[in-house]
Design a protein around this ligand. Sequence first.
Ligand code: MSP
Length: 537
Amino acid sequence: MAQAQQQYITTPIYYVNDRPHIGHVYTTTVCDVYARFMRFAGNDVFFLTGTDEHGLKVEKSAQARGISPQQLADENAAEFQRVLSMFSLTNNDFIRTTNPNHERQVQLFVQRLLDSGDIYLGQFEGWYDEGQEEYYTETKAKELDYKSPISKKPLVRAKEQNYYFRLSAYQSRLEELFAQRPEFVRPEARRNEILGRLREGLQDVPLSRTNFTWGIQMPNDPQHVIYVWIDALFNYITALGLAEPESETYQQRSKYWPATYHVIGKEILWFHAVVWPAMLMALGIELPRCVYAHSFWISEGQKMSKTLGNFIDLEAIQRYLSVYGLDAWRYYMITQGPLGAQDANFAAGHFHEIYTAHLVNTVGNSASRVTQMIVKYFDGILPGETDAASASDTSPVMLDGFHWPTICRETVERCTKHITRLELAEAAAEGLALIRKVDAFINATEPFKLAKDQTKRDQLAAILYQSAEAIRIASLLLWPIVPDKMTALWQALSLSIDPARGELHQLAQWGGLPPGSQVQKVALFPRVEPAAASTAG
Ligand code: MSP
């Protein structure tokens, strides 16, 4: 058995002035599937998500509602937590940037950067995107036609005296990083974009603001609050207590650093791929292993927008959950989502097709077919692979192309490799392919015909055992994506499996299903009327 390995996976921390939508749910679900699989495989996993609560936007929204920014943050952070818990997400902590543990540590880190000379006071003028709280260079602003790429509102000319982080000093070290670690940023298309921007040369980044007060104060100058992006990036290490080696948090969690994956959306890659590593270099802290920037969900062929009515907000998601169930939603997110370099299109018709083809007709159908035959031909008592009374040389059945122990072992290996690389759709496809193979096996061996011939009991037994066993192994691989349904399947096979024990690879050995166990017929994924959840609905 491999040694338990520390793994740390993070989502971006979400702005509290937004309402949770498919984008937030998606990134968090991606991390959840990875975390579940890795824990099941015996690793020591820490999965972090949370909320980004400071900044001008929060201050303004709170003012507009006549409440304090803290009240607004409390309300919305609670809403994010409530919503995320609806999706069976297994995060180990939920960090909030208004938490004193975070605030204190950010100040300690910033003080260290002041001491090392990586931060200086300077004058700045530039094109500012008020919605994104981000400055653009002249070239970039021109390219954007002086409009925010996100909100489309005009960029404003802003001038400030600010503290700066000396990003420009890290140009060559960052270039080296990208050269030496080609997988530091994935997917490759995103890495190439960053390399292109790096070649244009780095400018220092503002690290403080004076135009609002809702933030963490500069430790040396209370007139200034720390820029919300800098504050936010630190969450990944303040959650582990890295600024306070004597703290309990540090004792318990410092072992998780460096992060295995920072999973983010492509629009916030620059901060994660360039600013963040430079800050860590300045602090002498090890860099994360990989920053993974997925693409975007669009909806019914177009960018999601409230005015177009194709926005997949919580209400829309809830329609899918009530018609198809949570596992179907998770399955769609993971197998059809924009984890690669292309945006993915969320479409009601496509959702229905995938649900029906993959979950109803493949996973559900195969499980019900096999369990039903065991109930019908063996009174619901699982026969052994080789122990039928009349066992002969033809048993166990080993048809050409169906050497089950090998097929399963190789499937498990490939699936594990895919998860390790965060290739989640490919990992799911391995589980599904195994189930399709069971269907092909049943079609080739025709157990329902053998059942009519008493002299073929041993073959019938072997076929059903092998089918049930292969489905059980597929279910272990699919559990991180569709946990409730796979747990229901385990119950029908009288298996008590606890993924928290980290025994995936032992459980995935061929022969784990004990002959003689009780088997019940299962119906996992009910057929659903098309368009029942459509966005128009
Ligand atoms: N607070 C910053 C992140 C700071 S991390 C140190 C932020 N927050 S956010 O609320 O705007 O969340 C952005 C994240 O939501 C994206 O990076 C992505 O993970 C997710 N998505 C938002 N819209 C999305 C889609 N349409 N599709 C997929 N995910 C997207 O930025």
